[in-house]
Ligand binder design. Structure first.
Ligand SMILES: C/C=C/C(=O)SCCNC(=O)CCNC(=O)[C@H](O)C(C)(C)COP(=O)(O)OP(=O)(O)OC[C@H]1O[C@@H](n2cnc3c(N)ncnc32)[C@H](O)[C@@H]1OP(=O)(O)O
Length: 254
């Protein structure tokens, strides 16, 4: 756990909260590690029946910290993408067996949107927006999103998001079927806790078996995460990506 991530257990539910509002909850390496660890440790804990992921009020997450991407793209050390903390979090999500509820209030960008396709129930506020601007950054999709997004919303809508970088509103996301319910801003976490209580009151073994039947085998997802991760690692070092990262930090100057 870090100062940018709060993990608390209450009513048989583990709540994992991103808390880096000054940077729109952009993921640092510690945040990836902390979230991954909190999910992994819930797996064999019989006291935890459900997991909630939230960014608190006003923002879910702006995705990977772009400063970290810029450092990674220009570094001399050649760490394979599969060993990155982001990929480890994606593995944790892919192999997780407990119901995950996401509470999205505000922007959900990049991995902030792709992680939702590993969740079981998604609540969004009316001000939530969803985007996967990988191509705009010279990158390619991650998190098995090239598999899960077209499967969930159809090829054309996935193309608009993943290739054209189109943003979706909360209502559009509900219509595209990856958001269950849209609530008022500031209420996503409280509503997520109600959903968690509802799930926790159900017979635990039957929930686990049914959830497993609904999901793709984790090996299929891991394979796609690895394929994407390999390409993503190559793209991180591309001229297109480095130019886009630098442009983000130059955008407010003169
Ligand atoms: C494996 C995973 C891959 C991915 O996740 S790829 C996706 C990467 N993420 C992005 O491309 C999003 C980049 N951020 C933005 O587009 C915008 O920001 C927002 C729409 C999120 C918010 O815009 P606004 O409301 O105008 O706020 P602001 O002044 O741009 O941001 C407030 C502070 O937050 C920092 N910040 C925002 N997003 C990131 C990020 N992703 N990485 C690092 N810093 C970020 C800014 O720089 C700034 O900071 P300062 O106040 O010091 O200037």
């Amino acid at each position: 756990m870090t100062g940018h991530l709060i993990v608390s257990d209450e009513d048989a539910t583990r709540v994992i909260k991103l808390r880096r509002p000054e940077k729109k909850n952009a993921f640092t390496q510690d945040m990836y590690r902390g979230m991954s660890d909190a999910i992994d440790k819930a797996q064999n804990n019989p006291d935890i029946r459900c997991i909630i992921i939230t960014g608190g009020s006003g923002v879910f997450t702006a995705g990977n910290d772009l400063e970290d991407f810029l450092k990674e793209s220009t570094s001399d050390t050649d760490t394979p993408r599969g060993a990155s903390n982001a990929v480890k979090l994606l593995y944790s999500l892919a192999h997780n067996v407990k119901p995950i509820i996401a509470a999205v209030d505000g922007v959900a960008i990049g991995i902030g949107t792709t992680m939702l396709f590993h969740c079981d129930y998604v609540l969004a506020s009316t001000t939530a927006t969803f985007s996967t601007p990988f191509i705009n950054l010279g990158l390619v999709p991650e998190g098995a999103s090239s598999l899960l997004m077209p499967r969930s919303m159809g090829h054309q809508r996935a193309f608009a998001m993943l290739v054209m970088g189109r943003k979706m509103s909360a209502d559009e996301a509900r219509e595209a079927s990856f958001v269950n319910v849209v609530v008022a801003p500031g209420h996503t976490e409280a509503e997520a806790r109600k959903v968690a209580r509802e799930i926790c009151a159900l017979p635990a073994e039957a929930v686990a078996i049914t959830r497993k039947l609904l999901k793709l085998p984790p090996e299929d997802m891991t394979r796609r995460i690895d394929q994407e991760g390999h390409l993503f690692g190559e793209r991180l070092r591309s001229k297109e990506a480095v130019t886009a990262f630098k442009a983000f930090f130059e955008r407010k100057k003169g």
